[in-house]
Design a protein around this ligand. Structure first.
Ligand code: NAI
Length: 334
């Protein structure tokens, strides 16, 4: 079986080549992102393997189907970038990696919270210039703080477990209660209550058409003044323009982002020699109380190993016509 990878980075090749030793598939790596205009690069392949910022809309899927592609393997958990209805009607099977080391993203969430709170990124630069002043580095104790988690699936629960160790009070909102979260002593509340009560709000739900811009001006207005907002899920959960407005007014005290609405144009690329044309992102970078990382929550050895192994196992199941639990199109038709 020949699989064409899009948006492939060196580390994808490293981990997939290693996992492929037990499968022997033919893996072809393309740096280009997949959309309708680049689909032709998959000519001759049986399947494509894509990541978070590839665009699998109806046009792209039709182009792939014309090339004889049968399988679409997402090497990620989220699937908001795929038109699943169109894939199903074209007979294209779509698989994903629903769970791989949720601790990887959870631990990065904590890294963002701790860095932003205690300003270790600024302290690092200061001491290197022999500036040992503490002004501007004042933080707060996490112990005793209320943290509101939007989504208590695999990652939200893992974050809750870590925060419990810090002595935080755990609030959450999720349409489905997770018994493991309740067993930690967490409390489910309405979104309104979560906004009003939380000192830190962290997003761990998937992006859907219904929760696009969940955190908009109205939501921000309901939050505690000076709240910390953390997003390691999907960029478009936050209306970035509204967040900039709330940062300027002080309503939003801290903002940590591992994902960004328009990240497709910049994330995973070295743009250091170019002029940044995204004015919102440029504005975000000017705030001392904003921390942006380039979608690296998943980026641990353990997670990359699991992603590669599960993706290739998914593809083998599809190729051998076996039922695959990680198939999205199958669930849609069920
Ligand atoms: P999961 O499917 O285990 O949990 C998601 C939870 O969100 C579920 O309990 C669901 O009921 C809940 N939910 C759905 N809609 C909601 C809403 N409107 N409000 C509140 N809760 C809602 O997913 P998992 O593994 O915990 O991942 C969460 C998200 O994290 C993924 O959808 C993905 O977007 C993001 N992610 C980010 C990564 C990164 O590198 N930054 C890596 C992996 C995932």
């Amino acid at each position: 079986m020949r699989i064409c990878f899009f948006s492939a980075q060196k580390y994808d090749q490293q981990f997939f080549d290693q996992a492929n030793q037990q499968y022997g598939f033919e893996l072809v790596y393309q740096e280009a992102a997949l959309d309708a205009s680049t689909a032709r690069l998959a000519e001759g392949a049986d399947g494509v393997c894509v990541f978070v910022n590839d665009t699998l809309d109806a046009d792209c899927l039709q182009a792939l189907e014309r090339l004889g592609i049968r399988f679409l393997a997402l090497r990620c958990a989220g699937f908001n970038q795929v038109d699943l209805e169109a894939a199903r009607s074209l007979g294209l099977a779509v698989v994903r990696v629903p769970a791989y080391s949720p601790e990887a993203v959870a631990e990065h969430t904590l890294a963002l919270i701790l860095t932003l709170n205690r300003q270790t990124h600024r302290a690092f630069n200061r001491v290197r210039e022999n500036n040992f002043q503490l002004n501007g580095l004042l933080g707060f104790n996490l112990h005793g703080r209320k943290v509101g988690l939007v989504g208590t699936g695999q990652i939200g629960l893992s974050v809750a477990r870590i925060l419990k160790g810090f002595g935080c009070e755990l609030l959450a909102h999720d349409p489905f209660a997770n018994q493991a979260f309740l067993a930690l002593g967490g409390t489910y509340v309405s979104l309104e209550e979560l906004y009003a009560e939380s000192d830190i709000i962290s997003l761990h739900c998937p992006l859907t058409p219904e929760n696009h811009h969940l955190i908009d001006q109205q939501a921000l207005d309901q939050m505690k003044p000076g709240v910390m907002l953390v997003n390691t899920s999907r960029g478009a959960l936050i209306d970035t323009a509204a967040a900039v407005h709330a940062l300027k007014s002080g309503q939003l005290g801290y903002l940590a982002l591992d994902v960004y609405e328009q990240e497709g144009d910049v994330f995973f690329h070295d743009r250091s020699d170019e002029i940044l044309s995204d004015d919102l992102l440029a504005r975000l970078m000017t705030f001392p109380n904003v921390l942006v990382t380039g979608h690296q929550g998943f980026f641990t050895r353990e997670a990359l190993t699991q992603i590669a192994e599960i993706t290739l196992a998914n593809l083998q199941q599809l190729d051998q016509d076996q039922p695959c639990d990680n198939e999205l199109t199958h669930k849609l038709s069920a």
